[in-house]
Design a protein around this ligand. Structure first.
Ligand SMILES: *Cc1c(COP(=O)(O)O)cnc(C)c1O
Length: 440
């Protein structure tokens, strides 16, 4: 129900965001309405200082190494930024590898993932000399061995992706570490140990370590603790079966972020302290000789909180006794997460961010789908009019990255802002861009 006392929670905004005395919101020293006028809407606005400070927190908290999961948000400016801050970069496809390399990232700072890597993807990864390939199946190991035999391409050290069979307490589509998963080698059925034994026995590639990724948007540490306990058991089995020591345990990504005021994820430093302690406990309990470094692969927790999306209100339609639809100029094409996962977002009006949000509306997109909703039951000021800006915070991950051209809606532009300067890093798509593959 409308609540005259409801004010937008500005702590959901990125670190350089400011709301002035009359409620106008700026990021990186630039007024959001001015940005919308210059670059159009929808617009992704990334706070560069916020991104950098999150990278630094991770690098400090995980001295073993941090890989940015580029699938969360990938463009050249982004990967250059994370590499400057000392992170390496994860890719999951040939397309991601191509873009990251085109940004000038050295191959030895790239880790290649994927549950179904093609011959071509593996060939390119091996040729350019990536840091690690994360082995995901026996079929992939066959392909790597064939490349070595037939083309003399010696692979990099492999991280064996292990499915530890733990529950991550997140959305079912985001949970990847339970027994029923398309990713990795099962520990429960012995495949994980068998994969390591085969890597060691054939001598085609060196064992770089073990990898697991239990899911995404995780708030509770117990899933990570359980995964590390299982990995510790596997390290012990590997030592006794092969005599090989494990150099690296890559814990994957998955730390959650605050999409709404009620979300309460642990801070990076607290999460890091806890998982390092769990690892020490897990290795101690097994009495192993391996002293693997702990690495991690954050995506969402670096990119999501650093950006918001600006939309322009085009239509306001009250339906008596039902709800009021506020339709904006984007939708499922720039943020499919509400439709895919039922994800919740907050909304506010950047020109009066401190105004009481005294009406409840549903913010809808412009696509031909009833499910094209961005925020169900959003709170906005009741003086909202057509032409106002509306912003959704925390859209920096899996928004632009999952954007589509559905209904031939061009993908938005992306700007990075910092200290009063805005930098267009991805231009808005045009109708002509969208038509260029059509050969008819
Ligand atoms: C998606 C993914 C990540 C990043 O997950 P976040 O939840 O965005 O931190 C890390 N590692 C792997 C293997 C992934 O698939």
């Amino acid at each position: 129900m409308p609540d005259a006392g409801d004010i937008f929670d500005a702590t959901l905004l990125s670190r350089s965001a400011r709301v002035d005395a009359v409620g106008r919101c700026s990021i990186g020293g630039i007024d959001l309405e001015a940005l919308a006028e210059e670059y159009g809407t929808p617009l992704f606005v990334y706070d560069e200082d916020d991104l950098r400070s999150r990278c630094r927190e991770y690098v400090t908290a995980f001295p073993g190494g941090v890989h940015y999961a580029s699938k969360a948000f990938l463009c050249r400016a982004m990967v250059r930024l994370v590499v400057e801050e000392g992170l390496d970069v994860d890719v999951a496809t040939g397309g991601e590898l191509h873009l990251v390399r085109s940004a000038g990232v050295p191959a030895e700072r790239i880790v290649v993932h994927g549950n179904n890597k093609s011959d071509d993807e593996l060939r390119v990864a091996v040729r350019v000399g990536v840091k690690h390939i994360v082995l995901d199946s026996f079929d992939e190991l066959d392909r790597i061995e064939r490349l070595e035999r037939a083309e003399g391409l010696a692979p990099p050290a492999l991280l064996v992706r292990v499915n530890p069979g733990v529950e991550a307490h997140t959305h079912e589509y985001l949970a990847t570490g339970a027994e029923d998963s398309k990713f990795g080698f099962s520990m429960a059925d012995g495949s994980a140990l068998a994969a390591v034994e085969r890597v060691v026995a054939t001598g085609v590639a060196r064992l770089g370590g073990l990898h697991c990724h239990i899911g995404s948007q995780i708030f509770r540490s117990d899933g990570f603790d359980a995964a590390l306990e299982r990995l510790g058991q596997l390290v012990a089995r590997i030592e006794s079966a092969t005599g090989v020591l494990v150099d690296e345990l890559d814990l994957g990504g998955g730390l959650g972020v605050r999409y709404t005021s009620t979300d309460d994820p642990p801070a990076v430093a607290a999460h890091a302290a806890r998982v390092h302690e769990s690892l020490a406990g897990a290795l101690g309990a097994q009495g192993v000789r391996s002293r693997p470094r702990l690495t991690t692969e954050p995506g969402r927790s670096i990119a999501a909180p650093a950006a918001l999306t600006l939309y322009r209100v085009g239509t306001i339609k009250p339906i008596e006794g039902v709800r009021t639809y506020v339709s904006v100029d984007g939708g499922i094409s720039d943020n499919p997460r509400p439709a895919l996962y039922g994800a919740q977002y907050e909304a506010f009006v950047p020109t009066r961010a401190t105004a009481p949000r005294d009406q409840v509306v549903t913010i809808a997109g412009k696509h031909c789908e009833q499910g094209d909703l961005l925020v169900r039951d959003a709170r906005l000021p009741s003086d909202l009019v057509v032409g106002d800006l509306v912003a959704t915070p925390c859209t920096g991950a899996y928004g632009y990255a999952m954007a589509s051209n559905y209904n031939r809606v061009p993908r938005p532009a992306v700007v990075f802002v910092r200290e009063g300067v805005a930098r267009l890093v991805i231009r808005r798509e045009t109708d002509e861009d969208m038509a260029r593959l059509d050969l008819g």
